[in-house]
Every structure is written in structure tokens, then in C-alpha cells.
Design a protein around this ligand. Sequence first.
Ligand code: LER
Ligand code: MN
Length: 282
Amino acid sequence: MKFGVNTFIWSGEYDSNVRELLPLIKEKGFDGIEFPLFRPATFDAAGLRRDTEAAGLECTAATAYIQPLSPISDDPQVRKDALQHAKDLIRVTAEAGGRILAGPLYSSLGYLPGRRRTADEWKRAVEGLQSLGDTLATNRVTLALEPLNRFETYFLNTAADAARLCDEIDHPNIGILFDTFHANIEEKDIGAAYRTIGRHLRHVHTCENDRGIPGSGHVGWRGVFEALRDIGYDGWLTIESFGFNIGDVSAAAAIWRDIEKTPDSIAFEGIKFLKANVLRRD
Ligand code: LER
Ligand code: MN
């Protein structure tokens, strides 16, 4: 198991604030950071790789489609642009030294059309994501698709639907990122949900129900850790939260108050909880 932290806790971008924190992140016991990747054309992948390697850290990339970009749009040109954008994200993830590109890359973040998904949209998602397979394999990157709660997407909310999407895509470089925050809203039993994803699980966001310090709220952690052990998950446990007052990012994540005394505590108290409680297979 590797322990990661999403740098959205501190900043909307990979910037000097985050760069200066890397030695402390390493010292606190993390194996890597998760960096935000939204604009591949201008992202300094070589710089991030240099910084993380110098600090002895690995990295994963987090992304999302900003409206109107979407691979399931009714508009063929929008779909084409979205898939080209995904290919650029995959290449930049590899250049930065990342092996996981994670996020809800099946629809636009926050797009809620006021109806259920359609069969046509599902088919476009399956075929569009399949078309990324060669780029993923060539770049040795795995795409971890993240179901989100109902207030952030209408397209993929549950473990059962996420597993079915992966079954239909059927590509070794495409699996699921399952986030305890979303699962806490959508699933009856979070541990059972991880078992449903099973072999498709490629990445985990370990987030408390209020995006505060993992272990301080009501996520059913024991069930999560037992399920991860039983399905043999050996990937990243990445703490994700969002700065309390960092403009667009705080707004996008609907953070309207200080969730904890400091953002630092989410990362640095959270990792102590995870390391003390994760159950490993003997
Ligand atoms: C991203 O990993 C996530 O969990 C979303 O809720 C961001 O809006
Ligand atoms: Mn997440």
C-alpha cells in the first residue's frame, strides 16, 4: 500500500507553495503527492518530476472535464475534443512520472442535466474510453475513473455501475478510483461497495464524510480496510480534501467553512490514522 496526498488541500495549482511543502510531506510519511492536471498544454511536467524525485516522492495525477468538454456529449466535435484532451492528459501524466490518471473522465464535472443518463450516453462512454486504451498502454498509465456523488454528476454514482462500466470497457489500463466521501453518500455499505468493484479497483481516495481528517468522522473505516485487504488491494490510499479558502477550487468542492483547524491537519493527522488502521495481508 502507498500513501498519497492530494495537493488541492493547499493550492489550486502545482505551485511554489506546494513545492516548498514536498520535504515535509515526505517527512510525514507519504510516498507521493496527487497533483491537479487540468491544462496539459501548459503544465510543467518535467518540473514536477524533478521536484518530486528530488524529494523522494512519487506522484499520481487528478483531473476532471470542465464544462462543456465531455466524451458523452450529443455533439460529435465536443466528444472528439474531450478524447483528444484525455490523450494529452495521459501523455503529460507519463511525462511527470505518474502511473495513475484519476478522475471522473466520463462526463463534465458538475454537469447535471436534470434527467437520468441515456443508453446512448452510456455507449459513448464505453466506446470513447475504449479508444483511449492504446494511448494508456503506450504511456504505461492507468486511467482510474471516479464515480461521484449525485450532486456532482448524474452519470456514475455507484460501485455497481462503475464495475459494469469497466466490465464493458474491458481494458487492463482502465479501472476505478473509489472515494470514501462519495461512497458515504451513495452506498448502503461502503466495504461491500469496495468488494463490488473488486478487480477493477485501481486507486482509492481516503476522505472523511466532511472532507476533514480521515478517522475523525463517520465513514465506516473498518469495513473499508477489511474489504481492501480481502480484495488484495495494494495501490494508493490518497487523502483528498480542498483548501478552505482557495477561490475556484474551494467553490468547486463546495467548501464554505473551515473544515478543520488547519488544512495541514487533514494530511498530517490523517496519515497517522491510515497507517495505524490499515489491515495488511500476512
Ligand atoms: C475528485 O477526486 C472528487 O472527489 C470530486 O468530488 C471533486 O469535485
Ligand atoms: Mn475524490
